[in-house]
Ligand binder design. Structure first.
Ligand code: ASP
Ligand code: MG
Length: 454
């Protein structure tokens, strides 16, 4: 029985805006109910709630705390107030709010990463409780499931990494039997470490949860419902003529995510790629207009697929004459960066210098805040360090870019008026990256989009 459920099963994930209020939750419920293959629903916290909880975890003065807490209560009560029957669920949410108040008081005395995760997890705990209630009041046999029972992670609070082996086993033994009985609603983003303490997978981690659960269940598809109807050739807020992409490959989508397209958490695609599960991205506000299917292979992959833009980039340039015909200098630099948890993004080198940018996707940090004094001091003992801020990274995503002719003319031919600070081309056949001054970024994107997709 369990196996048959699994084969055609769809995991549907709804982001914060799709569960922001009563109407949004009902629209999302409509989507779930319109497809009987959807057997597992993964939710984010209602829009705004995670940010408020993060603020509470920072341990502000009592006034500020009370203000944040009221805001959270207001968001969740607005949903409860529209329910036909609300007594029991109000009690449940009140218990959660009491917990939040208690934990944030503790955070006011001393914050810790473990405490932060415990606090922040309440966003997803509340949204899922409310969603189950909405489904039940619509006569659906829905069941609330605490994902922490199966999403076992390490204890790197704030960025915990799930144990995929354990997740698969627990999914089979604990979750799958329930899925054959009822529609299951569970939390994205949160997990638990071996001692049972709550962890989180990093901001925006609900997509990752959905993909991991989809993988563990051998799902036929993972649907990501958000507030934009799919993936576009570039951000439509920057270029209104941007077009929706109906089908895109995992590789291209992963590149887009890596390079700043906000639509999918970069790590989301890993389990889907590994297990070859298509991922659909659509808007829960307009489900009828369709979306983008991200899959293993698409028909006729184009040379240029999309343009991604990542703002607020910092360029770190390290000069050292010791690098001249030396061995091991770069290794030493990378060692230092790794010890400071910095993931290097773009990199170019010359005989006596190396220039690099830092990857900030999936973290709450900006690249400037990753450059701590201790990191800079350590690097300075090795070489001369130069820091340039307010740059923007523009990534052209496509296929076989490094094998094609004419790429230079199509791209650089139109960029004459701009200063291009750094170019990365050739390491990947899927991207060509440019670093430009922040104030030119939108104009560069517009110019390139017009020339390549216009
Ligand atoms: N609620 C969490 C966040 O805002 C996780 C998510 O939405 O994916 O980061
Ligand atoms: Mg999200």
């Amino acid at each position: 029985m369990a196996e048959t459920v699994s084969n055609s099963l769809i995991v549907a994930k709804f982001g914060g805006t799709s569960v922001a209020d009563f109407d949004a939750m009902n629209r999302s419920a409509d989507i779930v109910l319109s497809n009987p293959s959807v057997r597992l629903v993964v939710l984010s916290a209602s829009a705004g709630v995670t940010n408020l909880l993060v603020a509470l975890a920072e341990g502000n003065e009592p006034d500020r705390r009370a203000f944040h807490l009221d805001e959270i209560r207001r968001i969740q009560y607005a949903i409860i107030d529209r329910l036909a029957e609300s007594r029991v669920i109000r009690e449940e949410i009140d218990r959660m709010l009491d917990n939040i108040a208690m934990l944030s008081e503790a955070a006011g005395l001393a914050t810790s990463h473990a405490l932060t995760d415990e606090l922040v997890s309440h966003g997803e705990l509340m949204s899922t409780l409310l969603f189950v209630e909405i489904l039940r009041q619509r006569q659906v046999a829905a069941e609330w499931f605490d994902v922490r029972k199966i999403m076992r992670t390490n204890d790197r609070f704030g960025h915990a990494e799930p144990d995929i082996g354990i997740l698969k086993e627990l999914t089979r033994n604990v979750l799958l039997p329930r899925i054959s009985q009822a529609l299951i609603v569970t939390q994205g983003f949160i997990g638990s470490e071996t001692k049972g303490r709550t962890t989180t997978l990093g901001r925006g981690g609900s997509d990752y949860t959905a993909a991991l659960l989809g993988e563990a269940l051998h799902a036929a598809r993972i649907d990501i419902w958000t507030d934009v109807p799919g993936i576009y050739t570039t951000d439509p807020r920057v270029v209104p003529e941007a077009r929706r992409i109906d089908e895109i490959s995992f590789e291209e989508a992963a590149e887009m995510a890596t390079f700043g397209a906000k639509i999918l958490h970069p790590a989301t695609l890993l389990p889907a790629v590994r297990s070859d599960i298509p991922v659909f991205v659509g808007s829960s506000k307009d489900p009828h207009i369709g979306g983008t299917l991200v899959c293993n292979k698409t028909a006729n992959p184009p040379l240029f697929r999309a343009i991604a833009l990542r703002r607020r980039q910092t360029l770190l340039t390290l000069h050292s004459l010791n690098m001249l015909q030396a061995r091991g200098f770069l290794a030493e630099v990378f060692n230092i960066l790794a010890r400071h948890y910095i993931s290097v993004d773009l990199i170019t080198t010359s005989e006596v210098s190396v220039a690099l940018t830092m990857d900030t996707t999936g973290s709450t940090s900006t690249s400037a805040s990753l450059l701590t004094t201790s990191l800079l001091t350590e690097l300075s003992s090795l070489c001369r360090v130069e820091v340039e801020e307010n740059l923007a990274l523009i990534a052209l995503i496509g296929n076989k870019l490094s094998q094609a002719c004419g790429v230079g003319k199509d791209v650089f031919g139109v960029l004459d008026p701009f200063n291009i600070r750094l170019i990365c081309y050739g390491a990947s056949s899927h991207n060509l990256c440019l670093l430009v001054p922040g104030q030119d970024a939108e104009q560069v994107v517009k110019t390139l989009h017009h020339n390549l997709f216009g």
